[in-house]
Every structure is written in structure tokens, then in C-alpha cells.
Design a protein around this ligand. Structure first.
Ligand code: UDP
Length: 237
């Protein structure tokens, strides 16, 4: 659908963000896919629509569980209306099993199951390659307050329980994922933003350990859209 009547505020690797009104944004999911900090790039027909639907599904589920997310309502097949927030420049990485950069960093075998949920933080800065950051550095650099950081950690773990339990019933393991947060322009409330999709999470079949996420693209393990569509089907959306 034509969105030219809205001001484009930002175009990222996988999404476009428009001003919808003073307190709301229009978030459009693109068909572009990137990996390795933008070094690998492709266009995958239908990816935007699927990721929008999957994100919408998870945000609605979390809203029902009283998690304050930015999702308001659908706009069209590839976009939704969201609360406008001032972004906190952190990527919150939540891990249940070892995969990806964690394995590389510590030499741990892929699939190692953690006894407890691990929450890590990266500074959201493409030019720096989103470096990991400690909680102390976050506070000393005044990226956010101690209170907000604590809330972010608590919410991230609650999200983990809700999503993991649901996915378990569909025989899918939630391996790890990335969350982002902002403070709503309208009322200053801490809000879960961005997307929750196979671009930003790792999902494995609980029996075969097959991936239904961007690792299919990162590791060239098959057809990305087939994997995303299979996840979509399994979620009963
Ligand atoms: N992730 C993401 N965006 C990033 C970095 C990580 O969405 O910029 C997600 C990634 O898809 C995975 C989780 O966060 O589900 C943990 O990623 P990891 O640190 O293992 O890095 P990666 O293997 O993606 O380089």
C-alpha cells in the first residue's frame, strides 16, 4: 500500500518507520534480509509480510499478558501502527541455549542448555558493530537508569517464559532472541518495541533441531522463506 503520505523517519536493514501521528508510528516490514552486520544482503519475496504477521502474533500475546509493547493495530499486510517511543540504545539478548556469537566467544558447543536464562546487553551502534556492554558501563555511560535497567531485565525474562511456554506446545525451542525497548513519547512508559520474528530469534524443532530462523540464511542451510513459512504454520496464526 502507498505510504508516501507519511513522513519516512528512518529506514533500517529490515524495516521502514513512518510518522503516523504525534504519538504513533507506522512500521513497515521489508523483504530485505541481511546478516553479519549488513555484509551479506538479499531480497526475499514475502519475508516482510511473514515477519509482520509473526511479530504481530507475539506482540498481541504479550499485550494480553500485560507486557507493555508498542503494538497497537494492523495497518496493512506488511505494516502495523505502533506507539512512538524514544529508543534506549541497547540490544537485550536473551539466551536459553548456546548458539551464534555465544559459542564463538566462549568456545561452547552449539545447543548447550543453560540452567537459567541468560540476559546480555549490547550497545546498539552499527558503526561499532553492536559491542557487548556490561550493566555497570550502561549506568556509568548514563544510557539508562538503574531502575529502568532492572525493569528491562525483569520484562525480558517474563517475555521468555510466555514465549517459550507457547512455543514448547508447538514443539519449538526458543533458543535465543533480541529485544529492544523505548520510553513512550505519550506517557514515558517503558515499552517493548521493534520486532519479534525469525529475523531476531532462533527457533529450533525440539526433535530434529532444524532451524526456522535467519540461521537458514546465515549458514546457507536451505530456503529462508520455506523455513519462515513452516514456523508460521506451526504457530497456528
Ligand atoms: N540478534 C538480532 N540482532 C542483532 C544481534 C542478534 O536480532 O543485531 C538476535 C539473533 O538473531 C539471535 C540472538 O539475537 O536470535 C543472539 O544473537 P547472537 O549474539 O548469537 O549473534 P549472531 O549469531 O546473530 O551474530
Amino acid at each position: 500500500m502507498d505510504k508516501e503520505k507519511f513522513d519516512l523517519l528512518y529506514e533500517g536493514k529490515a524495516k521502514k518507520v513512518y510518522k503516523y501521528n504525534e504519538n504513533e508510528l507506522l512500521i513497515e516490514f521489508k523483504d530485505d534480509v541481511t546478516a553479519f552486520n549488513g555484509l551479506k544482503k538479499s531480497n526475499v519475496v514475502n519475508k516482510g509480510k511473514i515477519n509482520k504477521k509473526i511479530s504481530e502474533f507475539f506482540f498481541k500475546m504479550l499485550n494480553k499478558e500485560s507486557i507493555n509493547t508498542h503494538y497497537i493495530k494492523e495497518y496493512d499486510d506488511s505494516s502495523f501502527i505502533a506507539k512512538w517511543t524514544n529508543l534506549i540504545p541497547l540490544e537485550v539478548i536473551v539466551r536459553n541455549f548456546a548458539a551464534g556469537s555465544f559459542c564463538k566467544r566462549y568456545g561452547v558447543e552449539k545447543g548447550y542448555k543453560f540452567d537459567d536464562t541468560l540476559v546480555e546487553f549490547s550497545l546498539k551502534d552499527d558503526n561499532l558493530g553492536d559491542p557487548m556492554i556490561t550493566k555497570d558501563a550502561i549506568l556509568l555511560l548514563k544510557i539508562t537508569s538503574e531502575d529502568v535497567l532492572e525493569q528491562i531485565e525483569t520484562i525480558s525474562k517474563r517475555v521468555n517464559k510466555i514465549l517459550s511456554n507457547y512455543l514448547k506446545s508447538k514443539h519449538i525451542i526458543l533458543v535465543d532472541y533480541k529485544l529492544e525497548f523505548g520510553l513512550a513519547k505519550k506517557d514515558g512508559r517503558l515499552t517493548l518495541i521493534d520486532e519479534i520474528s525469525p529475523d531476531t530469534c532462533r527457533f529450533w524443532d525440539d526433535n530434529t533441531m532444524e532451524s526456522f530462523d535467519k540461521d537458514v540464511y546465515r549458514e546457507e542451510k536451505g530456503n529462508l522463506i520455506n523455513a519462515y513459512e513452516e514456523l508460521f504454520r506451526r504457530l497456528n496464526i
